[in-house]
Design a protein around this ligand. Structure first.
Ligand SMILES: [Zn+2]
Ligand SMILES: [Zn+2]
Length: 292
């Protein structure tokens, strides 16, 4: 089986497991009357949603750019991540509005049921962490870290449920619910920020610190640069457009070599889409004062 179809199969398995576990959590949360479990269920609903989307996105990503979407479909997952973050923010605020008043006025919860659900959560997420422990791609590392956080969350629920069982302190449950919701909000805002930076066409992350301009100016035949624009399509594929003023001794027949060299350097820095305009040394380009 090819690497790509393996990834797809893994995502689809993870999606169905997560979806069924989310259903169990929602039912379990209602039966035990636990806000902590319901808060976690919101989180897993978000996970299920993003797994479903990345499953769909893997298939979409195979589509080539067309005359309508000239960069292809790479921004769809970024948009999906934004929708997911907004959903999680709304859901968490809803959970907070239930959980905060319950801290002051706690309702009885079924601690034994909570313990069983937490044990199931630890086994479920822990098994997924172990399954992914061999993968070394960045994406697999991110997913593993996320699952590890989920496992730790369930451990907190387990500890809380055991304390409730032996002390009867019911306010621990809504307090855990608030903590989980705050954690979800923190992550959702971070994801939203990452996606917004891409939509607002900021310089791609990780490339802003490299001195790309200095590097390009070292190429023989390059006199100066202007009208530089750079942004990212999806956080992985970046765009770079620029004007290059050629030195006096460079003849128009040398332009292809010059362009090739510039394109090579930019692609090595992670820019997939490169557009170069070469201005002759005595040409007065109307954009020559646009220095970015
Ligand atoms: Zn999660
Ligand atoms: Zn120019």
């Amino acid at each position: 089986m090819s690497e790509a179809s393996n990834v797809q199969k893994n995502i689809s398995i993870a999606f169905f497991l997560n979806a069924s576990f989310t259903v169990i959590e929602i039912i379990g949360g209602i039966l035990t009357n636990s806000v902590a479990i319901l808060s976690d269920a919101m989180h897993d609903l978000g996970d299920t949603f993003s797994l479903g989307l990345s499953w769909y996105a893997e298939r979409l990503a195979k589509r080539k750019p067309d005359s309508r979407y000239t960069y292809g479909y790479k921004r769809y997952p970024v948009m999906a991540a934004m929708v997911n973050a907004v959903f999680l923010l709304g859901a968490s605020v809803f959970v907070l509005s239930i959980a905060i008043p319950l801290i002051l006025n706690p309702e009885p919860v079924k601690a034994t049921g909570m313990i069983w659900l937490a044990v199931a959560g630890i086994i479920f997420n822990g098994a997924a962490v172990l399954r992914l422990s061999k993968g070394n791609s960045i994406n697999q590392k991110v997913v593993r870290l996320h699952l590890l956080e989920d496992t730790l969350g369930w451990m907190a629920v387990l500890v809380g449920a055991v304390i409730i069982k032996y002390t009867g302190l019911m306010w621990i449950d809504p307090l855990l619910g608030v903590m989980i919701a705050v954690f979800i909000i923190y992550n959702a805002i971070r994801n939203l920020k990452d996606a917004l930076v891409i939509f607002l066409q900021a310089i791609p992350e990780n490339t802003e610190k490299k001195d790309i301009k200095t590097d390009l100016l070292k190429i023989s035949g390059v006199d100066s640069l202007h009208d530089i624009r750079s942004w990212s399509i999806d956080g992985v594929s970046h765009v770079y457009t620029l004007h290059v003023v050629a030195r006096k001794e460079i003849l128009p027949e040398d332009y292809p070599r010059l362009k090739q060299e510039i394109r090579k350097r930019l692609q090595a820095s992670g820019f997939e889409f490169v557009t170069i305009e070469i201005d002759g040394s005595d040409e007065h380009c109307e954009l020559e004062n646009v220095i970015i």
